[in-house]
Design a binder for this molecule. Structure first.
Ligand code: ADP
Length: 518
């Protein structure tokens, strides 16, 4: 079977070999095992169902949520000599009927549909008449309410599984599923755990860095100047900050485009095309930009703000270097980013999602403070095996000596215990810094023996140190109405002097002025 797959790979797509993971996945699908694929954007998920579709009798049904992506995929397949079609809300009734005739006559190998179609009973009755050997579910995390993009229409897929006498083989694909989300997909689509493939998260041409406490605007100007001839994307968290970075760059004489949800569609398309056609090198955008954009020569992705979770970060950062050439992904962190994201999460309609969103946010904050290999952190977050450290990221190449900070860590941990493990990071930092703020005095914390015990640092440095201890899993953040800190079991070992804490020597930053954040 796999030799037939290879033949299709060569004749239809012009590639000589499968990427790591693709062979096992395709083999598993061709053996009629329902399969879950977790592979990052650009990893090569599409071939994992397109090749089996060509090897199987009948029409493979592909559920895909994005109209623009659907069209691109179908155009690409048709240009490779494969008969494919799509049905979504952009088609007229007659066009839909024409596609369905093609499908019924057995001519179409791949039919892409939007999930909303499945809510139409008549359409499902028509589907029931055709031979569907394989059901591919793209962006499968949309089926899970714990995913970052839950779509209720995806739930109709479950009924689809029972539409035919012979159940089609199922392949669900996503770029971003945490353990929780993948367990949910497995359960909702009855996929066995052993048929789950997590692969390809390492991107060997990307080097990651996180910069704390930089003057973001000055940094961006300097970076963009040094990379003047390269294409890059700068992501910001809000429309307002996109506008301000965009203005700053244009005022400084750089030609940048902008893209966010508050612009007219016409203007967005215009700006997007200028970037795709290399008329502007820099695109300043919110996360609204990038879905389905296949610009391969993006040399850097800068994040002006920390995104709300690792899923979004890796998806956005992963738009760099799709051509395989070395590219940089730099995240400029400031503590106000955390507040912005907390505020945005708090706006959620569905209150029950908030604890999950906060948990994801904490993993993102940990990423910004860890001193471990950043690539390994990402790979492990997505459940893939990290293997060796990347040797390229800012942490791997950072050769500042490590200092023994066990005593300072003990001071922080002890302060948290003395405050009853009921307060958050900012107040703990204020107590350790010896602040006489209203809140400190209100709780009488100036009387604690740990009050002012880290006076040599300012409250911001202490807050960063606390974040570092959280990323080392010595402190746990508990989500309630307000996030509170408590001590983990390893934290207790540190307090008892059974475990050491090492941290890189403080970095000297040229300027620590914070720009106006959103
Ligand atoms: P994803 O859906 O995971 O984001 P795609 O399926 O769009 O990724 O694949 C990304 C790119 O990699 C595409 O240009 C695709 O043609 C290419 N690709 C996929 N598999 C292979 C392969 N085995 N050999 C060479 N290129 C491949």
């Amino acid at each position: 079977m796999i030799s037939l797959a290879l033949q299709h790979l060569k004749t239809n797509f012009g590639y000589d070999s499968f990427r790591p993971g693709q062979t096992q996945i395709i083999d598993n699908v061709l053996n009629n095992n329902d399969t879950l694929v977790i592979m990052p954007t650009g990893g090569g998920k599409s071939l994992c169902y397109q090749i089996p579709a060509l090897c199987m009798e009948g029409t493979t049904l592909v559920i895909s949520p994005l109209i623009s992506l659907m069209k691109d995929q179908v155009d690409m397949l048709v240009s490779s000599g494969i008969s494919a079609a799509y049905i979504n809300s952009s088609l007229s009734y007659e066009e839909v009927q024409n596609v369905m005739y093609g499908v019924q006559s057995g001519k179409i190998k791949l039919l892409y549909i939007a999930p909303e179609r499945l809510e139409n009973e008549r359409f499902c009755n028509e589907l029931a008449q055709i031979n569907v050997p394989l059901l591919a579910i793209d962006e499968a995390h949309c089926i899970s309410q714990w995913g970052h993009d839950f779509r209720p229409s995806y739930r109709s897929i479950q009924q689809l599984l029972h539409l035919w006498d012979k159940k089609p083989t199922v392949i669900a694909l996503t770029a971003t599923a945490t353990e929780e989300v993948s367990a949910d997909i497995q359960q909702l689509l009855s996929i066995e755990k052993e048929n789950t493939f997590i692969t390809g998260f390492a991107r060997e041409n990307l080097s990651f860095s996180v910069l704390l406490g930089e003057n973001k605007e000055a940094y961006i100007k300097k970076y963009v100047k040094a990379n003047e001839n390269e294409a890059g994307i700068i992501y910001a968290a809000t429309r307002k900050s996109v506008e301000s970075v965009y203005e700053m760059l244009n005022k400084a004489g750089f030609s940048a485009g902008k893209y966010h949800g508050g612009m007219f569609e016409e203007d967005r398309t215009y700006e997007q095309n200028r970037f795709l056609n290399d008329e502007v090198q820099i695109m300043v955008a919110t996360n609204a930009f990038g879905m389905g954009i296949n610009k391969t020569n993006v040399r850097y992705v800068l994040h002006y703000n920390m995104p709300r979770n690792m899923e979004s970060y890796y998806q956005e950062a992963g738009r760099a270097g799709r051509d395989g050439l070395d590219s940089e992904c730099i995240l400029l962190y400031s503590s106000s980013d955390e507040q912005t994201q907390r505020f945005l999460i708090d706006q959620a309609q569905d209150r029950s999602r908030i604890p999950f969103e906060l948990q994801k946010l904490h993993a993102m904050i940990d990423y910004c403070h860890t001193e471990r290999c950043l690539q390994s952190y990402i790979i492990e977050y997505f459940g893939d095996e990290a293997g060796q450290d990347c040797g390229r990221c800012a942490n791997c190449t950072d050769n500042r000596p490590q200092l023994d900070v066990t005593t300072d860590a003990q001071k922080v941990l002890s302060c948290i215990v003395r405050m009853g493990q009921k307060f958050g990071k900012q107040l703990t930092a204020s107590v350790l810094a010896g602040s006489r703020s209203k809140k400190v005095l209100e709780f009488n914390f100036q009387k604690l023996p740990t009050y002012g015990i880290l006076r040599a640092m300012n409250a911001k440095e202490i807050a960063n140190f606390i974040e570092f201890l959280i990323s080392e899993k010595l402190i746990v953040v508990n989500n309630g109405q307000f996030p509170t800190l408590s001590i983990s079991d390893s934290g207790k070992e540190v307090l008892l002097g059974q475990k050491k804490v090492l941290r890189k020597e403080a970095r000297i930053i040229e300027s620590t002025v914070e720009p106006n954040d959103p």
